[in-house]
Write a protein that binds this ligand. Structure first.
Ligand code: LLP
Length: 401
């Protein structure tokens, strides 16, 4: 999406800002790239829908034959309503209630349980059912502490030393453990980080413990470059090494299994741009501060993880640069999109493009300060596929009355 300036300006003119724009062609290319890179034939890619719920993205994911990873009952309902069959949906719950499990199990969706507690409760409620188990391989990966999801002190997954108990609970309730799963962190650029977790999980696979096993899911976590000129994940290398490892796994297991992966960010981060308009310029004794009509309620990654999102001034791209803080309209002083960023001269009214905002942008947005969520437009080859309108201020206020 680098030569898309005119299109973006046209869209913001038509639909106003703040506006999320998703280039569906970028998602299509990323899905294809991942499918092509994993040579192992019996494979399934599950899109981690929490990264972005946009209907055009979901339609493409279904069209390309992917499945869906969900983490709440409402995500399961969304996947079903988007045309995915229950057997193409997995429910990877964390700290889920009995009510969550009952609702999802009744929909015929496979539950991926990530604690002994959940397994015991599931065994009592649904003896004789198939189940998947999320293992904590104690391998820590991920670009920020908040997105590292394995290791002895994190809240996810069943530790290897508890597998004996897992097997005995499953046996006595007649549960068939059809899948083993891990997800170690988000934002991996070095394939070895992903493969380390996969190797650790492989050590735990024995046909004696898991006679009903059908698939192994190595989770998501594949990263993308957020900054220009930074390396990208060598997907072909990851796919080749993972396939080779999986071949060994199946050989020592004694039969062919299905290889599953669960990417979110890798598939959708690069398709998205958040368009905002500069409302206010300040010069605080030489410090330039550009205030825009959006804030961390619309894109929280910079504030929550110190994440870098590239920003372009679409309205004045060739001007000389100056150093700016780009800040939002939320009533907190930590409301930053960028600090001390070199940008072409910013004027009030300019449109800024905040890049690589397709994953965990809109899906993590909130109504804080009662600013409506941004509108969303999906496009492919320059054509608008769908527009989701921003709610009006008055309509939003009625939500609480
Ligand atoms: N599978 C499970 C069970 C997950 O919990 C996640 C993400 C994924 C797959 C997909 O991970 P991905 O491929 O997108 O890294 N909000 C953070 C990322 C949090 C990821 C949480 N779990 C961010 O904006 O960087």
């Amino acid at each position: 999406m680098s030569n898309d300036r005119e299109l973006l300006l046209r869209l913001v003119h038509e639909y106003s800002s703040p506006l999320y724009v998703y280039d569906i062609g970028v998602v299509r290319a990323q899905v294809q790239r991942l499918l092509d890179s994993v040579g192992w034939k019996k494979k399934q890619i599950l899109y981690a829908v929490k990264a972005n719920y946009n209907p055009s993205i979901l339609a493409l994911i279904r069209e390309m034959g992917l499945s869906i990873d969900t983490v709440s009952p409402a995500e399961v309902h969304l996947a079903l309503a988007s045309g995915f069959s229950p057997r193409h949906i997995m429910f990877t719950a964390n700290n889920c209630s009995d009510a969550d499990l009952q609702e999802v199990h009744a929909l015929g969706v496979l539950c991926n349980l990530d604690s002994l507690s959940a397994l015991r409760r599931f065994a009592r409620m649904f003896p004789g059912s198939p189940v998947c188990l999320r293992i904590n391989p104690e391998i820590t990966a991920g670009s920020h502490k908040a997105v590292q999801t394995a290791g002895v002190h994190v809240k996810f997954g069943i530790l290897p030393e508890d597998l004996g108990e897992v097997v005995s609970i499953a046996k006595s309730a007649g549960l068939s453990i059809v899948g083993l799963h891990e997800h170690t962190g988000s934002g991996m650029i070095d394939p070895e980080d992903y493969l380390k977790g996969a190797k650790k999980l492989a050590e735990l696979l024995t046909p004696q413990n898991f006679p009903h096993l059908q698939f192994v899911d190595f989770g998501g976590g594949l990263g993308v470059p957020y900054q220009p000129d930074t390396p990208e994940l060598p997907t072909a290398i990851l796919g080749a090494k993972l396939s080779a490892l999986f071949e060994d796994i199946c050989k020592s297991f004694g039969r062919e299994l299905e290889l599953c992966m669960e990417p979110g960010k890798y598939l959708v981060a690069q398709c998205g741009t958040l368009l905002v308009q500069v409302t206010t310029l300040r010069n605080n004794r030489g410090k330039l501060i550009a205030g825009v009509n959006s804030g961390f309620s619309h894109l929280i990654r910079p504030v929550l993880y110190g994440a870098y999102h590239h920003i372009e001034n679409l309205s004045n791209p060739s001007a000389a640069t100056a150093i700016y803080d780009v800040v939002g309209n939320i009533c907190e002083s930590g409301d930053y999109f960028a600090e001390e960023r070199a940008l072409p001269e910013i004027r009030e009214g300019d449109i800024l493009a905040i890049r690589t905002a397709g994953a965990y942008g809109a899906s993590m947005a909130s109504l804080y300060n009662l600013r409506p969520l941004p509108g969303e437009v999906s496009v492919e080859n320059g054509k608008v596929l769908r527009h989701i309108e921003r709610r009006s201020n008055k309509d939003l206020s009625s939500h609480f009355r």
